[in-house]
Ligand binder design. Structure first.
Ligand code: TXA
Ligand code: MG
Length: 333
């Protein structure tokens, strides 16, 4: 049985949210909103509970989880060394959509880190996430609250669709504001390396700690174990187009065609489904996973999605879209 509770993030009913904290304290699973996407949480230090996260999502055990904390001081429970760069980034971007990888301290269950020598930590900005961590009295290990292989959930409805009957509780706190997952930066090596781009861009971090490596879409062995799995992909075939008029040449007869593009009111697409992605890449990011899920619900055979810009959150958007497209990226060259 999955219980659903509704919480207003602007005016948290602490007694009601305490029910979710009780579930965490007793080793249960709770889906809850963060500013990026919904997470599926359990007590980081309860091995059995964390194992159940993998079971509920159908997630491979070799894909480690992020531990969510409510205060910077809790970093000490996780990291055996806290480099200066970590403190600088934490002070600048926490609470917020940044996950920091550090050399792990003893005592963190192996299933949280998938047996790695490093650990991922994030302090979210979402009021409900913060309150839940505090009320639970423990850091919360949480991957995105989707079934493995489907797009990350940005609403409680998405969690209900994927996880009803598989988790103890879903906290409905409205839509996630950012819409794509946190930036993951690895500070456990000699140089800071971005493993997963997010709203906080390499440029943003360079202005705080200097050199930051981001290999872009250059492939090779995936650094973030999770990045090697087929991710974010809807059933419909996705194309990313630099020139949106290309869709007319690519669409096949009898296909249900879906367009995802910015400022659709200013254009005249001829398609079965026309989804507006907003006015800029920030709005595009907030809607992307919602729209990819909607394309499947509406029975689209093929999705033509507009290429985002190449800076700021556009970097992260491209990363998620290119994965959803599985290589079907059509540039102007
Ligand atoms: O915004 C987010 O990060 C959301 C919310 C819920 O916080 N969480 C999220 O978790 O996206 P998940 O599990 O879906 O993605 C975490 C990523 C995975 O790609 C995982 O492989 C990577 O972080 N990761 C976790 N621990 C790691 C480690 N020690 N070394 C390298 N990568 C790690
Ligand atoms: Mg995920």
């Amino acid at each position: 049985m999955t219980k659903i509770i509704k919480i207003n993030p602007a005016n948290i009913d602490t007694d009601l949210l305490a029910q979710a904290a009780d579930v965490i304290k007793h080793g249960g699973l709770v889906a809850f909103p963060t500013e990026t996407v919904y997470g599926l949480g359990a007590d980081t230090f309860n091995e059995k509970a964390v194992e159940n996260i993998f079971r509920a999502k159908g997630r491979p055990m070799d894909n480690p989880l992020i531990s969510h904390i409510a205060d910077i001081s809790e970093l000490e429970r996780f990291a055996r060394e806290i480099p200066d760069s970590a403190l600088k980034l934490a002070n600048e971007f926490w609470g917020g959509p940044l996950t920091i990888i550090l050399k792990k301290k003893e005592g963190i269950p192996d299933c949280v880190t998938a047996g790695l020598d490093t650990v991922a930590v994030r302090l979210p900005s979402h009021s409900i996430a913060n309150a839940l961590i505090k009320l639970s009295g423990t850091p919360i290990a949480a991957p995105s609250a989707n079934l493995s292989g489907s797009p990350s959930p940005t609403t409680a409805e998405h969690c209900i669709k994927d996880l009803m009957g598989r988790v103890d509780m879903i906290v409905d706190g409205g839509s996630s504001m950012i819409g794509i997952e946190s930036t993951v930066i690895d500070l456990s090596g000699e140089l800071p390396v971005v493993l997963r781009p997010g709203m906080i861009s390499p440029e943003d971090m360079r202005s705080v700690i200097g050199e930051v490596i981001y290999a872009g879409e250059v492939t090779g062995a995936p650094k973030c174990p999770g990045m090697k799995y087929k991710h974010y992909s809807p059933d419909a075939k996705v194309y990313v187009l630099e020139n949106m008029t290309e869709y007319e040449n690519l669409a096949e007869e009898n296909q249900k065609v879906c367009i995802i593009a910015k400022n659709t009111a200013e254009t005249s697409y001829k398609a079965d489904l026309i989804y507006d992605a907003g006015a800029d890449d920030r709005e595009y990011a907030a809607r992307l996973f919602y729209l990819l899920r909607k394309a499947d619900e509406d029975g689209a055979d093929v999705v033509f999605a507009e290429m985002p810009g190449e800076d700021g959150i556009g970097i992260a958007l491209r990363n998620r879209l290119f994965k959803a497209a599985g290589g079907r990226v059509i540039t102007n060259e």
